[in-house]
Structure formats: C-alpha cells, structure tokens
Write a protein that binds this ligand. Sequence first.
Ligand code: BES
Ligand code: MN
Ligand code: ZN
Length: 490
Amino acid sequence: MKFQAKIAQPDAVKTGCIIIALFEDNQLSASAEAVNKACNGYIAKLIERGDAKGAAGKALLLTGLHGVEAERILLIGMGKKEQTSAKQFMDGVEAAIAVLKESPARDVYSFLTDVTVADKESSWNIRQQVEVSYSALYSLNRFKSEEKSTIALKHLHLSTRDKIAVAQGAATARGVAFAKELGDLPGNICTPRYLAEQAEQLEQKFSRIKSKILDEAAMQELGMESLLSVSRGSRQPAKLIVMQYSGGHQDDAPIALVGKGLTFDSGGISLKPGAQMDEMKYDMCGAASVFGVIQAAAELTLPVNLVAVIPSSENMPDGDANKPGDIVTSMSGLTIEILNTDAEGRLILCDALTYTRKFNPAAVIDIATLTGACIIALGGKTSGLMANNQPLADALLDAGQKCGDRAWQLPIWDEYQEQLKSPFADMQNIGGREAGSITAACFLSRFAEDYPWAHLDIAGTAWISGAKKGATGRPVPLLMQYLIDHCDAQ
Ligand code: BES
Ligand code: MN
Ligand code: ZN
C-alpha cells in the first residue's frame, strides 16, 4: 500500500472513496461540512434520522451521492468535537479500514486529518492513520494453500501538507510489518541463519547499511562463552549479527540497539511446559524490532548513526546443552552460574552488551522478550523499562507516551543485585521468584556499566496470544519516535 500527502477538496476529488469525520451532538468536521453543503444537506439529514452517528468508532458507507465526485463516502464517528481522545481516533481509523478492507475502492482520500486529537500534535494524527491502516492490512499467509489477498485498497491519500509525517508513518509502518513478519515466521524457517540473511539483504538494499555476521568460531575467539553455551544444545549454529547504519556525521557516537534473537526458546534442560510452547518462536521479537528500526531509519535517511547487535540462537535440550549448575565465563570475564537454563536471554545478551562497547556508543538500548514476570507486572499493554541513566530512560518513556507504544519504568536499585549472589561464581543467572524482571535487568546492568544503557522488556507486548495470535511489531513505534525526537533535538 502507498501513502501520499495531498491537499484535496472533499466534494471535488475524483477517487474511490473519501473518509470524513462526524462528531457527537450532531457536529460535523470541516470536510463533512463541505460535503454536506455539496449534497444539499444530505449528511445532516442522515444524522437527524439516526443513520449516521458521531460516536467514536461508528462507520457508515454511502455510495453514489449526488453533488460529490467520489464514488463512495465513508462517515466515521470520532467522539466529541475538539475532544477526540487518542484511543477514539484510533478506533475510528480502525473502523474505517475495516470497511475499506471489504470495499472495492482502490484509491482513497482521508480527510480525518481535520480531526483535532486531545494532547496530540497534528503530525500524530497523520502518522497514526498511516500506521494503523498499514497494520490492519498485515497478514502472514504465505503458508496457506489458497489465500489470496482480496483487499482492493492500494493507495491512501491524506489531505495534508505534512509530507514528513506521512513518510515517517509509512517507514514506521513498514518497520512494524517487517518485525511482525519475522516474529510470526516459524522457528524452523526463522533460524539464526535466516536472521543473518535479513541483515545481508538490508545491506544490499541500503547503501548506508553495512552488515557483519560473526559465526561461532569468531565468537569463540572473542570469548563469548556465555552466548555459545546457549547455542551448544542446538543444531542451529548461533550468529552474532551486526549492522551499522550511517546517517550522521562520521564521528558522531552511535546509538546501539541490542536485540534478543532467540529463534526458539524451549527452556533447554530446564524445559518449559508444553502448553503454548509454540509461542517461544516469538523469543526473537527484540531482534525483529531492531531489524524494523534499522530498515525504517534507512528509508527515512535519519541523520543519526546506529549500530545493531543481535545475538541469535536457539535454546534446546540436548546432551551437550547447558545443565543447571554449570559455570561459564562471559566475554567480560565475569563468571556465571547457570541455575536455570531457561534464563538464557540474559546469557546471550550479556556477551552482546560487552561486544557493543567497541563502538563507543552514546547510548545502548537492549530490547528483549526477557521475563514472564514482566507480563505479570505490566500485562500486555506496557513494556518494562529499566535503565542505568535517567535522561535516557525519560527520553524513551516520553517517546512511548507520544506515540502510544508505551513503557513503564521499574527500579534496578542496588538492593536487588543481592538476589544474584552465587556461592560459586561472580553471579547466578536467576534471582528467585521476587522481582523477576528487575533481577534480570540487574544481571544485564553488570555488563552495561561503560555507557548509558536502557533495557526494554517486551515479553508482554511483542505478540498477542489466543485466537488473534500474532506479533505486534512493538516496540518499533517507540524506538522510531525516540530516534526522530533525538534527531529533531540535534
Ligand atoms: N523467553 C522467556 C521469557 C518469556 C516467557 C517471554 C513467556 C514471554 C512469555 C525467557 O527466556 C525465560 O524463559 N525467562 C524465564 C526466567 C526465569 C527462569 C528466571 C521466565 O520468565 O520464566
Ligand atoms: Mn527462556
Ligand atoms: Zn527466552
């Protein structure tokens, strides 16, 4: 689907469909007013009769309206005029797309750009329309024998001059879709090697992206015993995937994104229970979000330098797998007693965090489906955020708040570090039942002392379980907002 910023006249534009907003208490948006005038008050009559409603999320599709050039008119309720909330706006956009998915309209003009959303800038309105509509059209159907897309919608014009917002929305939306697809792909296809190939393909596509794949021998050379201990139980060799995007000045310190890329987490010898174990193919969603962001940044040629470091492995039970009680030496030299082989994310991330030092990063953000405890603490709506640097944490919280892909901070005070004390090694890889997300972050913090660092635990937000099972592409929107804000502040 293509998106374009283009100012148009709602009654005069020749197109498959126009989308216009109605409000509660019989209020019309500016574009609805124009259409109402052109069709001799027909819209007002529909409202009066109760056919059209301004309540948020209500949709009514009209065809063949006299006085209007568009073939169809889609009326969307947006709540109280001048007070539409962010959620009401998104509900409205979703309702519009749900109708358009069933419609033969290929070419559509949205005039929802004239809706004022409470506490949001006008660019938010535009980006959300692009992101929500692109997301609604995503599906992974390459494994279905007879699934052809029957959706006619190909081109969404937004009546605005803000080309930048449309471009940012489109790049973010495609980044989200890329992350969703990598997440939804099964573990037998999306292996560490497959992820490595994605990096090589991005390098082919964008001149500003360079990629480098470290194989197990190269990691051995660097002393990444902790990471390699996780992949030892798997037939799939681990990869350390490195991408560099150069959009800033040559000597600008990069922002590093470190993504957990566990392409399947069985738990290892500390085997997980069978129910829903398939969902552990999503244990690479941190990595997927990094791919989405690198692609989106390159599409937008954002003026910033980025480094992506993705440790990728499977976690499987095997005669050669980690055993509870094993002790490994990480690349940093710190030793780790592995009490639970299912706490493997931190074992691969710690070596990736140590490796990331060599880029002298201005900031490091790791993204990981790290702990089930984070789902208990924050549920599926909010990502967990932990950091050793408050300005960085604040920038990420603020970015999430702005775009609606929100995170909430948990403390990593020194008191929690004690839970990681091991009788035999420098630390153990689990901290007991209490504060599981925090102790996981405390573990990582020991490898991130040399730079400003933040950790996003996306265990609850990266995918949805149940009948609508699927990856969400989060936190690509949060990270894109953070990077866009970072570039704006330069
Ligand atoms: N990938 C899981 C975390 C996870 C579990 C994410 C369920 C989403 C849904 C991680 O590797 C893991 O298994 N963590 C353990 C840690 C524990 C052994 C300290 C967990 O959360 O149970
Ligand atoms: Mn695990
Ligand atoms: Zn895991």
